[in-house]
Design a protein around this ligand. Structure first.
Ligand SMILES: [Zn+2]
Length: 674
């Protein structure tokens, strides 16, 4: 029988045939795909003809098609529907893949051809897209250590293999801690909680095979529990478990892994000739150097900290009024912030939630994309990787553009958080292909027969991930290497964070935030409060975020710390971290930075992008229309369709006529001085 991963896929839209793929197909398919890729690479490297763009750079871009067919479905499943068997496969695959790509990067004949093309680039008559691909290809080889020889090359290979293993172990430890821990509640503990939260706790209990309700470490369960439970002891217990993930001292402890990762990253940077890992990592980013990142974060830190401390002083009064003892603790923050929100903005999440139906928020995200970019969405039934997946064909002017998959509900087998990934990315050469894009979220699944309701945060997450999806779906580049979200880290969050702004456009909420039972639109008064509350508790949100971003930066901008937990404490002491706020992601849980390389010394990039999204949305505000067609077209032409085919600062400048400063961000967060 042919392996379904490698057979031609005659599925609609070329979706991987998830209904035919079995776990045992992956390992043999991977072996075959790796071998096929090795042959392709050898053919390019050993080609007797003189190197040309087509026989080297384009041929490289064309290679590895089988490997993509195996890995795209595998990583979709490993992230969103993991099982012990798939975890074992991931442990087996990650060092193999690391070694495979390290071998390609270390192929001296191959690099010699790329280097020769690079040297003679001005005489090759390349167009802009080809020149960009050559530049990125050459830079990729050099940064991967292709210019290294002998012992240095050997050591680099060891380092990369080990880092891949450590990243996988870090992720799996975190997932294990999140999966194993739960706190059983008595029915009486549910009484003060909103009905939807009580029902989610009961559903979580059922999923765990318990008689009663439980609180788990799923962010969509624990965060509202901390927000609503008046029981300080239970809050402390839940909060302590939440912040102890990856630091429990047992087999799933991540601290030694972090120490080793940081040391290996530093060694890697030194081998490549950089002072430290942050300098190496930031070189291709829009920010370019650690100083610029630090300066931005510090500019925002002081006003944010001040706002947070002044909010805390107000909440301490509420704590004392409840007959509780000071000091104000981290597990008190969300609870008293909610109380204060009720007083100041009178927004009751319980009253708000029936207006935020998942289905209607999906419609809202689609409708905005229709008004801005003319996209049309039609739901289709396909065999997805999980029964919860919903599939939509995306068209424009009647023509197929993309397949969009929404996988919205939390489950034990899904990694926490929310993300957007492409099962297939847009490209024109060497093969024309349309994108298949997935949005994965962790919204609380309703009991059978009940509609799914979101918090306002959830709705923002939905818009955020959909913004990434648009970046993929509207991509109109020549080569896959620069397709969609293949841009610098500190630019990739611009489309997603920008899209969140449309959720806050009053007419969008008016139309789509309708009550689950009555169908009535959200009352104007509630709408005003929702919009007015957008900057509420921003001091807290900014502080917990910047603390994480600075720890990430300082970990990598200097010698690797022997004791990262102690270094983390020093950094926090140095910036005067408020005692009642913890990092948004403490080191042993900081998957952005330690699950892989993606956001290492790059966690700042969310804020860097926010500088731009605030400034970019102002373009629509200045036009007096959130759906201004001219600006929407410019956004698509200059940013959303371009992927990484042009440098990010150039793209932004084409759209806005200039670069942005932090003023718009401070204003957007309500932190600007009056
Ligand atoms: Zn994002």
């Amino acid at each position: 029988m042919t392996n379904p991963l490698l057979a031609p896929w005659d599925t609609p839209f070329g979706l991987p045939p998830f209904d035919k793929i079995r776990d045992e197909d992956f390992a043999p398919a991977l072996e075959e795909a790796l071998a096929a890729h090795e042959v392709e690479i050898a053919d390019i490297a050993d080609n007797p003809d003189a190197p040309s763009f087509d026989n080297t750079i384009l041929a490289l871009e064309a290679s590895g098609e089988k490997l993509e067919k195996v890995l795209a479905p595998f990583f979709a499943l490993a992230g969103a529907d993991s099982t012990p068997a798939r975890e074992a496969l991931q442990r087996e695959f990650s060092p193999k893949l690391a070694a495979h790509f390290a071998d390609i990067n270390a192929n001296r004949d191959l690099f010699a051809r790329v280097a020769m093309l690079w040297e003679t680039r001005d005489e090759l008559g390349l167009d802009a897209d080809q020149a960009r691909l050559l530049y990125l290809s050459h830079r990729g080889f050099v940064r991967a250590g292709a210019a290294l020889t002998g012992d240095k090359a050997k050591r680099m290979k060891e380092i990369m293999g080990r880092l891949a293993e450590l990243g996988t172990a870090f992720t799996q430890n975190l997932l294990a801690d999140e999966r194993d821990w739960f706190m059983e509640l008595a029915e009486a503990d549910l009484a003060p909680l909103p009905a939807w939260l009580a029902s989610a706790a009961r559903a979580a209990g059922e999923e765990r095979g318990k008689d009663g309700p439980v609180i788990t470490l799923s962010r969509s369960l624990i965060t509202p529990f901390l927000q609503f439970s008046p029981d300080r002891a239970l809050r402390q217990k839940a909060f302590s478990a939440w912040t102890a993930r990856g630091a429990g001292g047992g087999a799933t402890d991540n601290r030694a892994i972090v120490t080793e990762i940081l040391a290996l990253r530093e060694e890697r940077a030194h081998l490549l000739g950089y002072d430290n890992f942050a300098r190496f990592k930031l070189e291709p980013e829009m920010a370019h150097a650690p100083e610029r990142v630090r300066a931005l974060l510090k500019q925002v830190w002081d006003p944010a900290r001040e706002a947070a401390l002044s909010d805390q002083a107000e909440m301490e009064k509420l704590l004392v009024a409840d007959g509780e003892a000071l000091p104000f603790q981290p597990w008190d923050w969300r609870y008293y912030a909610e109380k204060r929100r009720k007083v100041l903005h009178d927004i009751d999440e319980t009253a708000l939630k029936p207006y935020l139906q998942l289905d209607r928020m999906i419609e809202a995200a689609f409708d905005c994309a229709n008004r801005l970019f003319g996209l049309e969405f039609e739901e289709v039934t396909l065999p997805g990787y999980h029964p919860d997946c919903r599939h939509f064909e995306v068209k424009r002017n009647g023509e197929h553009l993309a397949l969009f998959i929404g996988d919205y509900f939390a489950r034990g087998s899904k990694r926490s958080g929310a993300w957007c990934s492409a099962i297939r990315s847009q490209a024109k050469l060497p093969r024309a292909q349309s994108p298949i894009v997935v949005n994965v979220c962790n919204f609380t699944k309703p009991a059978k027969g009940e509609p799914a309701l979101l918090s306002y945060d959830d709705a923002r997450t939905l818009f955020h991930e959909f913004g990434h999806a648009l970046h993929q779906m509207l991509s109109d580049v020549t080569f896959e290497r620069v397709s969609g979200t293949s841009v610098s880290r500190d630019f990739v969050e611009l489309p997603s964070q920008l899209y969140e702004h449309w959720l806050e456009v009053p007419e969008v909420l008016q139309r789509f935030a309708t009550h689950v039972e009555t169908g009535e639109p959200m009352p104007q008064e509630m709408l005003d409060k929702v919009l007015g509350a957008a900057t509420f508790d921003m001091g807290f949100a900014t502080v917990e975020y910047i603390a994480s971003a600075l720890v990430d930066l300082e970990f990598h901008d200097g010698p690797a710390p022997a004791d990262p937990m102690q270094k983390q404490q020093e950094i926090l002491d140095d910036i005067g971290m408020p005692q009642a706020i913890v990092m948004r992601h403490a080191t042993p849980q900081f998957a952005h930075v330690f699950s892989g390389d993606g956001y290492s010394s790059g966690y700042y990039s969310y804020m860097w992008s926010e500088v731009m999204d605030a400034d970019a949305f102002e373009a629509f505000e200045e036009a007096g229309d959130a759906f201004d067609p001219k600006i929407a077209r410019s956004l698509e032409e200059n940013i959303l369709s371009k992927g990484g085919s042009v440098e990010a600062d150039e793209l932004y400048t084409r759209f806005r006529g200039r670069m942005p400063g932090p003023e718009a961000l401070l204003k957007g967060r309500g932190l600007a001085a009056e």
